[in-house]
Design a protein around this ligand. Structure first.
Ligand SMILES: [Zn+2]
Length: 231
């Protein structure tokens, strides 16, 4: 089968959610506007300033995604942050480090779990800031506890996307191996999407491999003495 033409390749970026909803029905929540993304349906942008067709030119509305995982802004590096690749379509306009879009849907999700050492370090270095961040996080619908495996499985089933847990702290992401594999995953998520939709098993396998490679990069990075990169 031939490759799809470039025009058919969707825009794919990275973005962040909070884990919200009921324990039996976990959902993805936009941190900025506290809106739950509907499972198995497109999320559509709305504008508080009244743009008829978000994302409007000269406005800040639209569904945001960044081109690089390392450019994600994390309001609180806490447990319960979910980040992942999203497909963007409809009206898509360029924004700082990425895009604002009319429609979006997640393609792969990663749940962030902090290392106990990082939690302790934050408390020690800036207990006041840690408290403020935590309060804001909870006010936006974030959870105080890291999501357990069952919650993540239900989340994946509801949205119909793969979900993996990774250990780390997002503001430290400019780790080269993580950034490299994140870029590879974003490429595969975009390029393979038309093929995966047609049921192409090879495309699905490549996508799964790219996700697993990124998860492994996080694990190697948490390791004090990571093995050499072989790829
Ligand atoms: Zn607007």
């Amino acid at each position: 089968m031939g490759e799809a033409p470039d025009a058919a390749i969707p825009v794919v970026g990275w973005r962040l959610w909070l884990l919200g909803g009921e324990r039996s029905a976990p959902g993805l929540v936009s941190p900025a506007v506290t809106a739950i993304w509907p499972p198995r349906a497109a999320m559509t942008a709305a504008c508080a300033r009244g743009c008829a067709e978000p994302p409007g030119w000269g406005c800040a509305c639209g569904l945001y995604a960044t081109a690089g995982l390392e450019r994600l802004l994390v309001p609180y590096s806490g447990d319960g942050a979910i980040f992942g690749c999203v497909a963007l379509w409809g009206r898509v306009v360029e924004a700082d480090d990425g895009w604002r879009a009319e429609h979006a849907y997640p393609l792969a999700l990663l749940a962030l779990r902090r290392r106990p050492l990082d939690q302790a370090l934050e408390q020690y270095l800036s207990p006041g800031l840690a408290r403020v961040r935590r309060t804001r996080w909870l006010a936006r619908g974030g959870r105080a506890e890291p999501p357990d495996d069952t919650t993540l499985r239900v989340l994946g089933d509801r949205y119909g996307v793969p979900v993996h847990a990774v250990t780390g702290v997002l503001p430290r992401l400019p780790d080269r191996r993580v950034a490299h594999r994140a870029a590879a995953l974003r490429d595969e998520a975009a390029r393979g999407l038309p093929h995966r939709r047609l049921g192409d098993g090879h495309a699905r396998h490549r996508f799964t491999r790219a996700i697993e490679d990124l998860v492994a990069a996080f694990e190697g990075w948490s390791d004090p003495d990571p093995p050499p990169v072989t790829a």
